[in-house]
Write a protein that binds this ligand. Structure first.
Ligand code: S3P
Length: 262
């Protein structure tokens, strides 16, 4: 058996080699981003991630620590995505838009693809108040809910690299928009009243729509809020008829253009 000191020495050497390779890997990530930016290529290439994963699985074969090795690589990919998103954005991304515009879905996808943090304001309010939104409305009224919403936004003032999914009424108060703008770019997601109805009709979690679940009401409320949404937005992304990858890619490209123009 080898001496413990000698084995530990080998282990240290391994760590140093891994470290050097990881630094190399992160430089490659930076280079890839610069390349994609320069040639206007899509930032999201989920199929490329799958190819990488398959190559790894093949190389690992039936190794006794297969799961552990895959776990380490999952972490490496996660951190690489984080480097990527830091080089793309130095701000939070706040998603606004009417109920059912797709904020939560887009938020989850962006969070996974960019390894950013995610805060869903409605979820935060539900956790803080320990009751569903419809119960908050029923017990304390809308004004109380709007105060919770404003406070939740203020509480995010030190957040970084975060996707903030806002409730559909977050733009009603000017102070909310002002507070969001301090550290976020605001992205408005839109959809037609018909699409919205299709997405929300089976839920009774939105007190504003309970008893008003029809295209006419949705259209009317949307029109009343339209100027608030438009004036708050740094960029606008239409979601009708598009799949999630296309929506997120368009969103990223539009934000990058916005940055380049500033
Ligand atoms: C609201 C939208 C809801 C939620 C609350 C009020 C609104 O969020 O905040 O029911 O006034 O538009 P979603 O847009 O996530 O459904």
């Amino acid at each position: 058996m080898r001496e413990l000191k000698e084995i530990r020495n080998d282990l240290n050497q391994c760590d140093l080699q891994i470290l050097e390779l990881l630094m190399n890997r992160l430089s490659c990530i930076e280079e890839i981003i610069e390349y994609k930016k320069a040639y206007g290529l899509p930032i999201f290439q989920p199929e490329q991630e799958e190819v990488q994963q398959e190559t790894l699985i093949r190389a690992i074969g039936e190794h006794g620590y297969k799961e552990e090795l895959l776990g380490i690589f999952r972490q490496i990919v996660e951190e690489s995505k984080s480097v990527q998103s830091k080089s793309l954005f130095h701000y939070n991304i706040a998603l606004i838009g009417f109920m059912g515009a797709g904020k939560s879905t887009v938020s989850k996808y962006l969070k996974d693809m960019l390894a950013m943090n995610e805060v869903d304001l409605d979820t935060k309010i539900v956790e803080d108040q320990k009751m569903p939104i419809k119960d908050i409305f029923a017990k304390y009224g809308e004004e109380y809910f709007r105060n919770c919403e404003s406070n939740a936004i203020i509480s995010l003032k030190d957040c970084q690299q975060t996707i903030i999914s806002c409730g559909g009424g977050a733009v009603i108060r000017e102070e909310n928009v002002k507070n969001l703008k301090k550290n976020s770019r605001i992205v408005l997601l839109t959809a037609s009243p018909e699409t919205i109805l299709e997405r929300v009709k089976d839920s009774d979690e939105r007190p504003i729509l309970n008893g008003n679940m029809n295209v006419e009401y949705i259209k009317g409320l949307m029109e009343r809020r339209a100027s608030l949404y438009q004036s708050a937005a740094d960029i606008i992304i239409e979601t009708d008829g598009k799949d999630i990858v296309d929506i997120c890619e368009e969103l990223i490209q539009s934000l990058m253009k916005l940055e380049a123009a500033i």
